[in-house]
Design a binder for this molecule. Structure first.
Ligand code: ADP
Ligand code: MG
Length: 364
């Protein structure tokens, strides 16, 4: 059963009408997600992530197209809701009963999902303990902080051990420690229960560490679909910064020793398959150089070991090796900048601008 298709999305198209204007939120998206996959859904504000997640959880109907979860059409909302757990962090605690306690909320939703009271109680108390909320179980939801409400929403989604988790910014408002806990727990659900997880998050380390496949959407289109490490390599180049010495070449006949830079460049190209982006003389008396080198033929680590041996063999000395690997956030920003070069050309791109939340009308 493992690796059979869990979510099948065919030409999903969604448009909204806003003040007589048509907004295309999903532009014929097609996608297959296998059972047990842990997927990161990434994209700038307004890309269509929430729309996609809402359609899959039956909260919204598509304008056209189809989607199936475990071969059940998303039009069969009752059946879908039995197998899917969902969190929408952006809308906060709206989907909880404000005048009920945490425990009563969770008990109510557990009963809806068909769990016996006994099983529900055990899971609720275990998960409240895990997220340090046990002493708050009798507290009314309206008295909770945003982060606490977010935790309750996540717990609610996990309690039935759903086959599929659709999480739209579930850790919004979490502090750093709870974020780590949520991350570990999701990882464990995926590993232990084979839960298929689609996670939208602007917490890049979260996506980077957890997911094995990254889906990038922009303006309703899937623009990238690959493992996070591949994405990082394509969007921002990795390189290594080196400081080293090389013995001088024999005198050129005028009493001056020649710098070995040309030979070094050739060796790096031929034997390490890499490009030298910059090469500076740091200390011409002791023949110390600084170089920035970009791997072309081999992975970064292999490039570094090839260059190390090359310098060792030439009787040089290495003083510093500083590899640089882009973070997912850098790659994502670089990717967006490339994709939207025109609109961003004269604009300072900063994170706050990209990650502020859109004001949107709710249909749920
Ligand atoms: P994301 O979650 O990636 O930020 P959304 O799915 O929320 O993106 O939004 C996709 C697009 O659809 C945006 O342009 C947004 O303004 C628009 N949109 C979302 N919900 C509504 C709505 N209820 N009415 C009108 N437009 C909407
Ligand atoms: Mg959203």
């Amino acid at each position: 059963m493992l690796n059979s298709v869990s979510i099948e999305i065919e030409n999903l198209y969604k448009e909204y009408q806003k003040k007589g204007k048509k907004i295309v939120a999903l532009n014929n998206v097609s996608l297959n997600i296998k059972e047990g996959e842990f997927i990161g859904l990434l994209g700038p504000n307004g890309a269509g992530k929430t729309t996609l997640t809402k359609i899959l959880t039956t909260l919204l109907l598509p304008t056209s197209g189809e989607a199936y979860i475990n071969d059940i059409s998303i039009k069969e909302d009752k059946k879908i809701r039995k197998i899917v757990g969902a969190v929408f962090g952006e809308t906060g605690g709206r989907s909880l009963y404000y005048r009920l306690s945490i425990e009563d909320n969770l008990l109510f939703y557990s009963t809806l999902s068909g769990l016996s009271k006994d099983v529900a109680r055990k899971r609720i108390s275990s998960l409240l303990n895990y997220f340090d909320l046990e002493d708050k179980r009798k507290t009314l939801v309206m008295k909770l902080s945003t982060g606490m409400k977010a935790k309750v929403l996540l717990i609610r989604a996990l309690i039935p051990f759903p086959k599929i988790l659709l999480l739209d910014e579930p850790t919004l408002g979490f502090d750093a420690e709870s974020s780590e806990k949520a991350k570990d727990l999701l990882n464990e659900f995926n590993r232990e229960f084979g839960t298929t997880i689609l996670l939208t998050s602007h917490n890049f380390p979260e996506i980077d560490e957890l997911t094995s496949r990254l889906i990038l959407i922009d303006s309703g289109d899937i623009v990238e679909d690959c493992p996070p490490n591949i994405f990082k390599k394509t969007a921002v180049q990795e390189y290594v910064h080196l400081m080293f010495s090389l013995p001088p070449l024999p005198s050129d006949g005028f009493g001056m020793s020649k710098l070995p830079t040309e030979i070094f460049k050739k060796l790096v190209k031929d034997q390490a398959g890499a490009d030298i982006l910059s090469l500076k003389v740091k200390d011409s008396f002791n023949f110390v150089f600084e170089a920035t080198i970009q791997p072309i033929t081999y992975p970064l680590n292999e490039t570094i070991s090839r260059i190390t041996v090359l310098i060792l063999r030439a009787s040089g000395e290495i003083f510093k090796i500083a590899p640089y690997m882009p973070s997912l956030k850098e790659s994502f920003l670089a990717f967006l900048a490339l994709n939207k070069q025109e609109s961003l050309e004269n604009k300072e791109t900063d994170l706050n601008e990209i990650f502020t939340f859109p004001i949107q009308e709710e249909d749920v």
